[in-house]
Write a protein that binds this ligand. Structure first.
Ligand code: F7E
Length: 326
C-alpha cells in the first residue's frame, strides 16, 4: 500500500506526539496543525520533528482549517486538539465551547468540503458520561456531562455522528477514559501528583495540595491509547468505541502508590486538602467497559495502574535529577 497521509490536530500534546511517533513508524506522511504561541512548545515532538510537517492553524479559524485540509490532502484526520482541562472549562466556558465543541464541527466542515473521503477520528471523552448511574460505562451509556468541557465534547460527539449519517463520511468517535504518561500536562491530577512526589523525594517540596481525593477514574497508559485511535480508523466501518482498562482507582490510591514508588513512608501526612481544587460539579466515578474494542478491534490495554504510576514517578525523578545537574 502506498504511504498514507495523516493530519493531526493537537500534535504537540501528549496524545498527538505519541500518535505522530506511531504513524511515523508505520511510514505515514504526517501533517500537524499547530496554533501560534509566543513561546512554541514542540518538546514532545523531539523524536519525530523531522518527520512532521507543521501547518499554521487554529480550531477557531475556519479558513485555516480549510487551507490545512487542502494542503495535507489527508487519508486520515485525527482531531486531538481541545481546551482539555476540565477545571479551566469552568473559568472559560465559552472558549471551551468554541474550541472543543464548535472547533470539531469546523474541522468536519473542512473535511466535508476539501477531503470528503478522508477518515476522521474525533477524540471523545468519558467526561461525556459525567454523572453516571450505571457501571461500567460503554458505548450505549447515556451522557450526563458535568462541566462545560463535557458539554462541548457531547456536542462534538454528536456532530461527528451526524456527519457520518448525513454525508456518509467515515467519522468515528473514540470515547477515551483518562490516559496518562510522563507527557501529561502538569495541571492534571496524575502528573501533579508524580511531579510533586518526586520533588518531595528530592527535598524540593514539602506538601502535595489536592482537591477531591475520593474521585475514581479508569486510568490507562497513553501510548497504548494512540494505537487504539489508529485501529478505529482501520476498521471496515466508521463506529464509536470506548477505550478504557475496565479498572478504576481513587485519586487517594494514586497518591499512595506514587509515594511508595518514591520510597516515602509518611506520604499521607504530606497531603493537604484545598477547596480551590474542587470543581463546581464533580464527576465522582468513571469506569469503562472496553469489551467492544477487544472484540472488534482486538485492542486490549496491558499496562496496569501501578506500572503507570511507577513509570510517571520514575520519569519525574529522572527529569528533576537531570535538571539539578545542569
Ligand atoms: O482530574 C480530581 C478531579 O484533571 C481527575 C482530561 O484529560 O480525562 C481528564 O479529565 C480527578 C477529578 O482529569 C485535584 O476533581 C483532585 O475528579 O486529572 P484530572 P479529568 O477531569 O478526569 C478526561 C477523560 C478528559 O477528557 C479530560 O480532557 O482528580 N482532583 N485534586 C484533582 N484534579 C486536578 N487536576 N488537580 C487537583 O489538585
Amino acid at each position: 500500500m502506498p504511504n498514507r497521509t495523516a493530519l493531526i490536530t493537537g500534535i504537540t500534546g501528549q496524545d498527538g506526539s505519541y500518535l505522530a511517533e506511531l504513524l511515523a513508524q508505520k511510514g505515514y506522511r504526517i501533517f500537524g496543525l499547530v496554533r501560534r504561541l509566543s513561546t512554541p512548545n514542540m518538546s514532545h515532538l523531539a523524536a519525530v520533528r523531522d518527520s512532521v510537517e507543521i501547518l499554521d492553524g487554529d480550531l477557531m479559524d475556519q479558513g485555516s482549517l480549510n487551507q490545512a485540509v487542502r494542503q495535507a490532502a489527508p487519508d486520515e484526520v485525527y482531531n486531538l486538539a481541545a481546551q482539555s482541562f476540565v477545571a479551566t472549562s469552568f473559568a472559560q466556558p465559552l472558549l471551551t465551547g468554541e474550541v472543543t465543541g464548535l472547533g470539531a464541527l469546523r474541522l468536519l466542515e473542512a473535511v466535508r468540503l476539501h477531503a470528503p473521503q478522508a477518515r476522521v477520528y474525533q477524540a471523545s471523552s468519558s467526561e461525556m458520561f459525567g454523572h453516571v448511574r450505571t457501571e461500567p460505562q460503554d458505548e450505549s451509556t447515556a451522557f450526563h456531562p458535568r462541566s462545560p468541557y463535557g458539554v462541548a465534547k457531547v456536542y462534538a460527539y454528536w456532530a461527528s455522528v451526524n456527519y457520518r449519517e448525513a454525508y456518509s463520511m467515515f467519522v468515528s468517535n473514540g470515547i477515551l477514559f483518562n490516559h496518562e504518561s510522563p507527557r501529561r500536562g502538569m495541571e492534571f491530577v496524575t502528573r501533579k501528583i508524580t511531579d510533586t512526589v518526586a520533588r518531595i523525594a528530592l527535598g524540593q517540596a514539602k506538601t502535595l495540595t489536592l482537591g477531591n481525593l475520593d474521585a475514581k477514574r479508569d486510568w490507562g497508559y497513553a501510548p497504548e491509547y494512540v494505537e487504539f485511535m489508529w485501529r478505529i480508523l482501520q476498521h471496515r466501518t466508521p463506529d464509536d468505541f470506548v477505550g478504557a482498562t475496565g479498572e478504576s482507582h481513587t485519586v487517594r490510591e494514586f497518591v499512595e502508590v506514587a509515594f511508595r514508588c518514591a520510597g516515602i513512608d509518611d506520604g499521607s501526612k504530606r497531603v493537604v486538602s484545598d477547596a480551590r481544587f474542587q470543581r463546581p460539579s464533580e464527576v465522582f466515578n468513571l469506569r469503562g467497559n472496553p469489551a467492544k474494542a477487544a472484540r472488534e478491534l482486538h485492542w486490549t490495554p496491558s499496562t496496569k495502574f501501578e506500572q503507570i504510576v511507577r513509570i510517571m514517578v520514575d520519569a519525574d525523578l529522572a527529569r528533576l535529577r537531570a535538571q539539578g545537574r545542569r
